[in-house]
Design a protein around this ligand. Structure first.
Ligand code: FES
Length: 329
């Protein structure tokens, strides 16, 4: 995780840069690739494999601007532009559909600086499990591992080969390290695919639905095997909510968070503005340090270990089990 935001008392929106769509091509029937280059002369902020980009998409469903996250899938060494791939069906809340409909070559877009919640960890072996559009962060991750002497392989999952973005490029570049399973022929046998992984294996998973949970369950009993996940669908935050209090460590002010409001919105209502982007628990922008209180984590950013540490929270979606939270604000 990146360092949590702390002691923010004024508007602190993530910095953005204007880019232009300079190329667009279909990868599958649902997925298009967009090349984004700086609108003004210069290079773009750098990034590391696994990073994503916040893209402000104009003209969402109700005409409002939407901020959506897309993994960067080009070469981090190329600072002349970013490449993202967008699945029209992956975002049921309108952002990806709007991007498909509105972003043509020449369209200006606002993007944030790349951020990485899915970085490459040190491991002895790597397995990348990519479900459909979930392949996008894996491309740069795999390329980095491929430059090392560590063994690795990638399992690509989609209904058919035609529905798997970048499969031809991956096979061409990495050969036999990349395998494919088509669900049109039956559900993948993850237990067999991930059986008896060597100690020190890092399993990276990105894909739809319960893929990450399924992979975690399959390797749970294997010693010294760690699973790293990236989600691109918003977490389900529809669970029961109750009101609670949130206090600011710096001033001692205490506000009540009603059951139908977020910590973030309550802070904003009281003029304590925290940087935010997706406001759906996906991007990590609104992470705030927790001084005390038991957090009801509802985001898709923190790992189970980070949740257990209870040191920070995403104030856009996470709530409270203990009746009161004290935040480092
Ligand atoms: S604003 Fe994106 S996680 Fe809260």
């Amino acid at each position: 995780m990146s360092a949590p935001v702390s002691a923010v008392s004024a508007v602190s929106a993530p910095s953005t840069v204007t880019v232009t769509v300079t190329a667009r091509r279909p990868l599958t029937a649902r997925v298009d690739e967009f090349r984004l280059e700086p609108a003004a002369p210069g290079v773009l902020p750098g990034w590391t494999p696994g990073a994503h980009l916040d893209v402000t998409v104009p003209g969402g469903g109700a005409g409002e601007a939407l901020v959506r996250q897309y993994s960067l899938c080009s070469d981090p060494a190329d600072r002349s532009g970013y490449t993202i791939a967008v699945d029209r069906a992956a975002d049921s809340r309108g952002g990806s559909t709007a991007l498909h409909e509105l972003a043509t070559v020449g369209t200006p877009l606002q993007v944030g600086e790349p951020r990485n919640h899915f970085p490459l960890t040190r491991a002895l072996n790597y397995v990348f499990v990519a479900g459909g559009i979930g392949v996008t962060p894996m491309i740069a991750l795999a390329a980095q591992v491929a430059r090392s002497d560590r063994p690795w392989r990638m399992l690509c999952l989609a209904r058919t080969t035609d529905a798997m973005p970048y499969l031809p490029e991956l096979r061409s570049t990495f050969g036999g390290a990349v395998s494919f399973h088509g669900s049109s022929g039956g559900r993948v046998d993850l237990a067999a695919e991930l059986a008896d992984l060597p100690r020190g294996t890092a399993v990276y998973v990105c894909g739809p639905g319960t893929l990450a949970d399924d992979v975690a369950a399959v390797v749970a009993d294997q010693p010294a095997v760690d699973v790293f996940t990236e989600q691109f669908t918003a977490p389900d935050t529809s669970g029961e909510t109750t009101s609670f209090d949130v206090s600011l460590a710096s001033s001692g002010e205490t506000f009540t968070v009603p059951s139908d409001a977020s910590v973030l919105s309550v802070l904003e209502d009281h003029g304590r503005l925290v940087a935010s982007s997706c406001r759906e628990g996906m991007c990590g922008t609104c992470e705030v340090e927790v001084v005390s209180g038991e957090v009801d984590h509802r985001d898709a950013v923190l790992t189970p270990e980070e949740r257990a540490e209870n040191e920070s929270m995403m104030v856009c979606v996470s709530r409270c089990f203990s009746g009161r939270l004290v935040l480092d604000l």
